[in-house]
Design a protein around this ligand. Structure first.
Ligand SMILES: Cc1cc2nc3c(=O)[nH]c(=O)nc-3n(C[C@H](O)[C@H](O)[C@H](O)COP(=O)(O)OP(=O)(O)OC[C@H]3O[C@@H](n4cnc5c(N)ncnc54)[C@H](O)[C@@H]3O)c2cc1C
Length: 402
């Protein structure tokens, strides 16, 4: 099942006449082969039935190894320590690392979102301070955008940054901030001008998480994990040199960051879904599957194919225009539904065994955990309702709802 992914991605021609060859160019094939060999060497025990958990220290060591081997920052400019490659190489990396069941780089937010924003808007000093350390995994960033009353409507951010001599003093509350409990820095979105129009009065900061007045409170998720956090900010002093972009330009910086999040993530999600479906098939073989379940698994397989080609379409659009298009919303929406269905179906396959816990449970409770964790898939990174709105307006051209 997994070899479906081993053949993307050459864009031929330009503009709307461009089309995509669904096999690797010579360079891409060489890159893929080198990466596969490296992953096999680094992860000799890859592809267990149920994935292993990685500790924070192991993740940092993994990030260091990725960096040393040249696999961190593939699309970053070479001048900033990256490889300057096109997004199709990042897609190949996403596919192969998912298939090898490799963990993420410890700094997914820094590497995929904040780093590119610093490349775009950062001063020379900010680039020198943060970029090499993001690549090597020494600096972990979190993203401090959402607030209790500013999630989907992000421009409603109320965390206030008051101008003082030499910088700002920040008070407020951020919520759902992934990895904040591990983070060294936070890309913080705060309101610097309460009198300006909603989107105009915002500024982005590179906040040192060890600054006095920063308190991180882990939030326990439905799955029992504590991957995201509340961040309380009380009289936190941020010097001027930590402003990313110009004061008042925070909305643009935030949009750039979010665009990078959407970049190749459709391909990453699809590759991961193929691994999940593979595990579902293994589970069905182990537990037995009646005709209805077999039909549902086949349907999921068909959905996966649709996602895969939509992913390549999104990639082609991005290679052409340099920006992710609305296809990424379609991908995220359908991926979250499919991923939730996979774990729901797995629990149905387990039958009464779905109620077992710990070592008594199939694969140590892997599917139970996946089922609970996947609930967040239709919320994180844009809720399904918001994504449907984007598809309605930007893909179908329907009138705005309000
Ligand atoms: C696992 C996880 C990790 C996260 N990590 C981060 C992070 O690292 N950093 C960060 O800043 N945030 C993070 N978030 C927050 C995430 O971005 C928000 O949860 C998301 O944007 C939704 O915002 P909200 O939770 O405030 O819900 P709300 O925006 O309050 O939405 C509540 C409900 O109303 C619906 N709704 C809202 N507006 C509309 C509309 N215009 N049309 C139709 N329906 C609408 C929503 O779809 C939803 O069902 C994370 C969330 C999760 C679940």
């Amino acid at each position: 099942m997994r070899e479906w992914f081993a053949h993307p991605l050459t864009i031929i021609g330009a503009g709307y006449g461009a089309y995509m060859r669904l096999d690797d160019s010579e360079d891409q094939a060489a890159f893929r082969a080198g990466l596969k060999a490296w992953l096999a060497e680094q992860l000799p025990e890859a592809t267990p039935s149920a994935p292993r958990a990685w500790s924070a220290d192991e993740l940092r060591a993994w990030s260091k190894a990725l960096h040393a081997a040249g696999y961190a920052g593939l699309t970053w400019p070479a001048a900033h320590g990256g490889r300057g490659l096109s997004p199709s190489y990042q897609a190949i990396y996403a596919e192969e690392s998912a298939l090898a069941e490799a963990p993420d780089h410890a700094g997914v937010i820094g590497l995929g979102m904040v780093g590119p924003a610093i490349v775009h808007y950062g001063t020379d000093a900010q680039k020198a301070e943060h970029l090499p350390r993001i690549l090597s995994g020494e600096t972990i960033f979190c993203q401090g955008f959402s607030e209790p009353d500013a999630g989907s409507d992000l421009a409603s951010v109320r965390t206030r940054a008051r101008r003082v001599e030499g910088g700002y003093v920040v008070d407020g509350e951020k919520v759902w901030s992934s990895y904040a409990h591990l983070a060294d820095h936070c890309l913080l979105l705060a309101r610097t001008d309460p009198d300006a129009a909603k989107h105009r009065g915002l500024t982005c900061f590179l906040l040192d998480m060890r600054a006095p007045g920063v308190e991180v409170r882990p939030l326990r998720q439905l799955s029992g994990d504590t991957d995201f956090n509340q961040i309380l900010l009380s009289g936190v002093e941020i010097p001027d040199h930590c402003v990313l972009g110009e004061p008042g330009q925070g909305w643009r910086v935030a949009l750039t960051t979010l665009a990078h999040e959407r970049g190749t993530f459709g391909i990453t999600l699809t590759a991961r879904l193929s691994v999940q479906l593979d595990r579902l098939v293994k589970t069905a073989k182990a537990c037995g599957a009646d005709p209805r379940v077999r039909a549902e698994i086949a349907e999921l397989y068909v959905d996966l194919q649709g996602l895969r080609f939509t992913g390549y379409r999104a990639l082609a659009a991005m290679e052409r225009t340099g920006e992710p298009g609305p296809e990424s919303s379609i991908l995220k929406l359908r991926w979250s539904q499919a991923n939730q269905r996979v774990s729901a179906l797995a629990l149905r396959l387990l039958g009464a065994g779905a109620a077992a816990d710990g070592t008594d449970a199939f694969w140590g409770g892997y599917w139970q955990h996946q089922r609970l964790r996947s609930r967040a898939n239709s919320i994180e990174g844009g809720t399904s309702e918001i994504l449907r709105g984007i598809v309605a307006e930007r893909v179908l051209g329907l009138p705005k709802s309000r």
